[in-house]
Design a protein around this ligand. Sequence first.
Ligand code: NAD
Length: 276
Amino acid sequence: SKVPPIILNNGVEMPQLGFGVWQVPDDEAERAVATALQAGYRSIDTAAIYGNEEGTGRAVAASGLPREDVFVTTKLWNGDHGYDATLRAFDASLAKLGLDYVDLYLIHWPMPSKGAYADSYKAFEKLLADGRARAIGVSNFLPEHLERLIEESSVIPAVNQIELHPHLQQRAAREFHAERGIATEAWSPLGQGKGLLEVPAIVAIAQKHGRTPAQVVLRWHVQLGNIVIPKSVTPSRIKENIEVFDFSLDDEDLAAISALNEDRRLGPDPAAFEVV
Ligand code: NAD
């Protein structure tokens, strides 16, 4: 594959770059995932709440790729927290995907006021022990949520998938994860395409390397060590977004992108997001 792996804390290899399908309707997701797999992507990021686990699963099956060559991530939705509810939700996701295991199962949001993420994670530990998830982790967890989870659990999460892009660089979280062996996965890595790709500093770096702004931003993630899951439904962009392993940003480029941090979220605050 053209994408190198990140070795997770339990030894499982996860492609450093994958394909995200948030907000893509089921049929369109099937087409987009098929295009991505043809373009060389070997990791797909879906979630129960995206409503496209079936289309994703159909595309993986139709690709003809051996199951072990595709890394599939899905996520537990907020309304399904708790030990028993988590096991039921996992069964439903697996059935929709048409798989007998997932590669990575994530708690989508911590829902701190419900106080049930540690119970959900106990179910995750069972799924891991039973071989139904090859790795388990979380998403949108703040360091305080991770601290509590690690205290109450025996398996350190393999991954924390968080909003991360040049306008929200998450330095403290990345450092916290690195100290504990948790891989940082960046969601909305392109800042949802809203303005970030027109920022003059990014455009200038793209021109300098003969690349596109999206490729520059994705390359920045890769050099930071992030796992990254850009989304597009446009075939040319799907192909463009994976072609980031044959050039490098230099120190000057990295410093210029570093200077763009504004600690500005596009998505909700994980401490307060309680939508079920
Ligand atoms: P993104 O940052 O990947 O941006 C996607 C948008 O950028 C596209 O819709 C398109 O408008 C634009 N774009 C993509 N490629 C481009 C290119 N080459 N040139 C120009 N424009 C381009 O945004 P995202 O979809 O929010 O995030 C990616 C994935 O992260 C999602 O699909 C999902 O899998 C995951 N995610 C997870 C959470 C979570 O709570 N865990 C939240 C949001 C997203």
